[in-house]
Design a binder for this molecule. Structure first.
Ligand code: UD1
Length: 362
């Protein structure tokens, strides 16, 4: 098979790493980086650490409005797909890169395979939710991480091409988690095990809203231990432009650090009292590592983490955040709701089974 994989944003590098490895054992993969994320610590460091092959193409679209960013990718990807004629295009998750890749392939009559299909927050004001819904309805192969994802698709009348494969982020966490020396990471960050909270904030609804961002800073400042906040470039810019820098400076227990590499993030997660985040992927990574999570949103796609008691939805109200942190003791049960850590191999098997002739392109 000849597969084009399209990635572009940080979580997609983490998801693609195990799939690239499995795919390339028997097939040809052409890797395309849209350039949605371009800073060293948002992109290159993941390729280096996770051993992802150098992209064959980098579209270098960079930042912009949703329309411009997605539109530029769409035009470039269409050209590339038509020229390279793959057996399928593989897209990941829910970013603008996912949408552009899925739409360009579907319009060129090339089968679309969507990794992390079926996720829903049921909040259409999230750009990611729109991307998910559109891409799922364009996809020929829907590679679902959980039962809940398959059920979401069934409710929308999508049943053909749906496969439960498990979560590729678990593959990555298992593979690299074992290689991560948490003690070394904690020493480098100057923190001790269970002596700090770990935080990330990048969702548009939080980082682009001065009130939400201010409330989050207030909540962090009232926590009973240092907060290591690995800050997304978008959030850092907005802290300054909303005039929240002073409020943050007064929050002496809050320490801003640059976006963390994968290994550093896993190390910091292993040692933290609890994670505070609005990231989807990190809610799961916390679960994989048995770390309590407080989610700075009103809803989540990863409903299992909440149902099993490992994750609390707190939104951005400081009182709610503090109450959630206080009540976040790890429960006893920890079932394998995200599969067995071999989702990438399952994805390759589905592609082989569904796309026919194995190895026709080398
Ligand atoms: C994107 C995804 C989100 C994903 C997140 C992971 C969409 C709609 N959103 O959000 O689902 O969870 O990536 O991080 O696709 N910027 C930089 N350097 C970079 C990248 C971004 O400075 O390398 C800044 C720019 O100011 C840019 C802003 O961050 O305008 C937003 O970047 P963008 O890629 O549009 O969305 P994310 O917030 O990263």
């Amino acid at each position: 098979m000849k597969i084009i994989s399209v990635v572009g944003a940080r979580p997609q590098f983490i998801k693609a790493a195990p799939v690239c490895r499995s795919l390339r054992e028997r097939h040809e993969e052409i890797l395309v980086h849209s350039g949605q994320h371009y800073d060293y610590d948002m992109s290159d460091v993941f390729f280096e650490q996770l051993g992802i092959p150098k992209p064959d193409y980098n579209l270098a679209v960079g930042s912009g409005s949703h329309g411009r960013q997605t539109g530029e990718m769409l035009a470039l990807l269409e050209e590339l797909f038509i020229e390279r004629q793959p057996d399928a295009v593989l897209v990941y998750g829910d970013t603008n890169t996912t949408l552009a890749g899925g739409l360009a392939a579907a319009k060129a009559n090339i089968p679309v395979a969507h990794v992390e299909a079926g996720l829903r927050s049921f909040n259409r004001s999230m750009p990611e939710e729109l991307n998910r819904v559109v891409v799922d309805h364009l996809s020929d192969l829907l590679l679902c991480p959980t039962d809940a994802a398959c059920e979401n698709l069934a409710r929308e009348g999508v049943s053909r091409g749906v496969h439960l494969v498990g979560d590729v982020m678990l593959d990555t966490a298992r593979f690299f988690g074992e290689r991560c020396d948490a003690q070394e990471v904690l020493a480098r960050f100057g923190v001790s095990r269970d002596g700090y909270y770990l935080a990330t904030v990048h969702r548009a609804s939080n980082s682009d809203d001065p009130r939400a961002l201010g409330d989050i800073i207030d909540a962090f400042s009232r926590l009973d231990a240092p907060v290591i906040w690995a800050v997304h470039p978008r959030t850092r810019k907005n802290i300054e432009s909303f005039g929240l820098g002073e409020r943050l400076a007064e929050a002496t227990n809050v320490r801003l650090v640059p976006p963390a590499s994968y290994i550093d993030m896993i190390g910091l997660l292993k040692g933290t009292k609890a994670l505070l985040t609005d990231s989807g992927g990190m809610q799961k990574e916390a679960y994989f590592l048995r770390v309590p999570c407080v989610t700075l949103r009103e809803e989540t796609e990863w409903v299992e983490t909440v149902e099993l008691g490992w994750n609390r939805l707190a939104g951005t109200d400081p009182e709610a955040i503090l109450a959630a942190v206080e009540s976040s003791t790890p429960p006893a049960g920890h079932p394998d709701v995200y599969g067995d850590g071999h989702a990438a191999e399952a994805i390759v098997r589905v592609l082989e089974g569904e796309l026919g002739e194995v190895g026709s392109h080398g």
